[in-house]
Design a protein. Sequence first.
Length: 259
Amino acid sequence: MKKESEKTAKVSLVGAGPGAKDLITVRGLRVLNEADIILYDALISDELLSEIRSDIPKIYIGKRCGKHSHTQDEINELIVKYAFEYGHAVRLKGGDPFVFGRANEEIEYVEAFGIPVSVIPGISSSIAVPSSQGIPMTKRGVSSSFWVMTATKKDGTFSQDLQYAAKSSTTMVILMGIRKLDKIIDEVSKYRGRMTPIAVIQNGTTPNERCVVATLESIHKYTSTIETNMHGIIVIGDVVADHPSFFEEEVQRILHDAI
């Protein structure tokens, strides 16, 4: 076994999957257990970390809304620092590294120091979390496409993609939008009917998973129960009607209208 000082610096970006510890890939878990050090982000569960060899150092370098966190520049620097100090540094990121994971920025920075980088894809939460609730992304005769987007741009304004998607019949999957849920609903309602189904899913695929299903008109009744400081996924489109709770929502609406 090489001494620590003799180890060659290299970096692996591993996608941890959507949340549940057993939704990481076999290759991802193998690479984690081959690491010299692991640098993980805010969405990694303690349950997954417990599956990794206990002798491997694990350091949190994530970003979290509303709490003390590292900037992206600081994260880039730490990856390089620990790769040179330890050898094989694994950057463990929630979901898939290339779906709003800023993996390209980390790769470019690390490779600028001559450190090789490999990527192990992860199951994206944008697909897996709705699927775990029985919500399909596409359905014949209902939706022939889905559009994954972030709610806002770097400057805090709405992405124009939100408007483009709302004008179409595509299934809308919106990440990082919980804190602007009310504004997103108002924007989408300009282009889609008030009875359009919507789902808000938090802690997806974990034991604490919570899903609120409603329509663009009725979702306002539930916004106070949604934790705005917690990550979540917003799904808008007719495919959400496949969720069992949507039928209950419709029954309540019909009964209310009949009174």
